[in-house]
Structure formats: C-alpha cells, structure tokens
Write a protein of this length. Sequence first.
Length: 246
Amino acid sequence: MRLGNKVAIITGGGSGIGRGIAAAFAREGAKVVIAGRDSRKLETTAGEIGSACLAQPADVSNPDDVQKLVSKALEKFGGIHILVNNAALLLPGTAESLTEEEWDQTFNVNVRGLWLLSRTVLPHLRANGGGSIINIGSVLSLVAARSRVAYAASKGAVLAMTRAMALDHAPEKIRVNCICPGIVETEMVARFNMDENARRQRVAMHPLGRFGNPEDIAQAAIFLASNESSWITGAAFPVDGGYTAM
C-alpha cells in the first residue's frame, strides 16, 4: 500500500485522467476526494471506488466551492496529504479565432483554479509536516500545437507555477511536480471526433504507437504522491509515448 493512511484531493475526478488517478490511489490505500462540475459522473465514480472515495461537486475557479471542497475533505477524512490539480478545459482556436470569453474560461479553470485550490490546501499540507502537489500539465506545457493557443498558454503557466511553488515550499517538505501527458484516451479527446485518417496521424506523433490511457498517467501520479519520489520537486514528467522526443 504505497499511499496507505494518505488523503488526496483530485480535481476533474469524475472522468478521464482524474478518475483513473482516483481509482489507482484508492487501490494503493489512499482515501480520495474527487471534485468536478458534473455531480452524476462524480457519484458514479465514487460508487465504483467505494467507501474510500468522497464525491464533492465543485467549480475550481470559484473560491467558495474550493473552500467547501477542502472543508469536506477534512471533515470526512481528517487531513489532506496529496493534491492533484487535474481539472482542465480545452477550447481549440488561434489567437484570432478565440473569443475573450473562451480565453478567460480557459485560464479560470486551468490556472486560476490550480492557484485557488493550492493556496487553500497548502496550510493543511504544512500542518502534516509536508505533502505532495501534482499538477497535470500537458505536452503543450513543453511544445506547441496548431489551434491550441489558449490551452498551450495555460499549460505553460501550469509548469511555471509548478516550479515556482516547488521553490517556495521545499523548506516545508511540500513537493510540487508536473505530469505532462500526451494524447490520452479520455472524453475530452473523444469530443474532437477524429476520423480514422486524423487518428492515424495523431497516433503516429507518439513513437510508442498508441495514445495513452488514464492508467499510464495514474502510475506516474502514484510515484509522485508516494515516498518513492521524496527527493523530487519542481520537475516536469512527460508521460507521452515519446511525443516530445520527436
């Protein structure tokens, strides 16, 4: 049980990568609190994981929701040791085609939400003598792609925040790292309705010859949440099938 006696908050936990991380953490002995805006998905996921999982609806860009989320985690499980900032929004577009509303929506969830939840959780990690914050970035934290200007900018900010927070909180034994996934088989990706030709082209961008799955990301998150990574902070971990090596 690599995460026995640990409590983790995981945003975007009702589906995709967040759901995979929540299930994997629970298998490793953690108590998990999953948050998101879709109550139905959260409850379904919590039901599948069992009593080790609490579902708490929350919009991470809303300070009141964030405070309630943290309070519920403390009330239910008595502490917080791990935070996984996974909730994200991807709205495709260029600098010209994106609207101001789309730009603001992207940064409100992907950057502001990460900041709001991190600052609310940090005192509780400090009270426990340390902890682990895992930010889910993207390969677009590291490289660019067409028609992803807001998403790439926000995920670049996630990596920059990871490094800054790692320096600020290292003396408190709070580690902050960033996982940078390539294309992972999730509902977010499925919404783009790739035809077979487009899918083949995108798979070919990953030298290992396939898209990722949530379990690929979950295994990296377990490592970063556990004591096995006790001397790692401020790092970016591409989990991308070789995408960024091309």
